[in-house]
Design a protein around this ligand. Structure first.
Ligand code: SF4
Ligand code: SF4
Length: 280
């Protein structure tokens, strides 16, 4: 197996439970979104299960950046197409979910997205009164997406030019191996970076997702074409509360929703109950 020397190898038996949790987390949160039954408590419960099971127990293996990482390394090593195909299929399936349902994978299934969302709930509140006391750092979405695109190019470039020896340090999901596989040799740098990201998430909403994640770069683009999105109905009085509470400036009427993490803050704050998850 060409990646064995450098990377944790995907074993189908270990992947199945992770895929099952991904599917369950996405299905349950979609049902709750469609039926407007997604409460803060329920979302924390789904996020916690996703993080503990796929992140801590299974060490985030696979993770959404892994296929991108290994395709780049595979190109560097001239790997045969059939070795890259399963990775490409995983990536494609995740991309298809973004075209159908927006960032539903990022919202509730991804372990790194889940821990950042949980940490964000310490400060990023769902009431404007509480929001005034927040000591958060806003990110300009446009600048953030340029930084992320730069990281994406660096990530792919590092994999294609230098192979696994460099790219594996740029995927902080590998840091989650610290619990599942503490003797895994290259976890120290990703684990330290992961710790910094988790702590920063208290001040900055989803810093890894919005500034660095290579899958986030792809999903931020493809989810702009998503079939289902959070929309305002005719009951909207244009009070602007949803825009004030949204941590990613995606509640505006003309927003493309590429950075909407379906966090539900806009739905919860709307006094008219005028935000629904439906087809565009
Ligand atoms: S942007 Fe990346 S890290 Fe964030 S939730 Fe999506 S896949 Fe996970
Ligand atoms: S529009 Fe903003 S507040 Fe509403 S779900 Fe999306 S990210 Fe959250």
């Amino acid at each position: 197996m060409i990646f064995q020397a450098h990377l944790h190898v995907l074993e189908p038996a270990k992947m199945i439970p992770v895929f099952l949790v991904w599917i369950l987390a996405m299905a349950i949160s979609l049902i709750l979104l469609f039926t407007k039954k997604l409460t803060k408590l329920l979302s924390i419960a789904i996020l916690t299960v996703s993080f503990i099971v796929t992140g801590l127990i299974f060490g985030a293996m696979p993770n959404p950046v892994f296929p991108i990482q290994n395709i780049a390394v595979g190109i560097n090593m001239n790997a045969p197409l059939q070795q890259l195909l399963p990775l490409a299929v995983i990536l494609l399936v995740l991309i298809v979910t973004t075209i159908l349902f927006g960032r539903i994978f990022c919202s509730y299934a991804c372990p790194l997205g889940a821990i950042q969302e949980i940490m964000s709930k310490i400060q990023f509140k769902t009431s404007l009164k509480a929001q005034k006391k927040e000591k958060t750092i806003p990110l300009n979405s446009k600048i953030a997406s340029y930084i992320r695109l730069g990281y994406f190019i660096l990530f792919i470039g590092a994999g294609i030019i230098w192979g696994a020896s460099v790219i594996q340090y740029l995927n902080i999901f590998i840091g989650l191996q610290i619990f599942a596989n503490p003797l895994f040799p290259m976890i120290v740098i990703p684990a330290v970076l992961l710790g910094i990201i988790i702590i920063t998430s208290i001040l900055v909403y989803r810093p890894w997702c919005r500034l660095f994640c290579p899958f986030g770069t792809i999903a931020g683009f493809t989810s702009r074409f998503s079939k289902f999105v959070l929309c305002r109905t005719e009951d909207c009085t244009d009070c602007g509360l949803c825009e004030k509470i949204c941590p990613t400036q995606e509640a505006e009427l003309d927003s493309k929703k590429g950075e909407c993490y379906l966090c539900n803050r806009c739905v919860e704050i709307c006094p008219q109950n005028a935000i629904v998850y439906k087809t565009k």
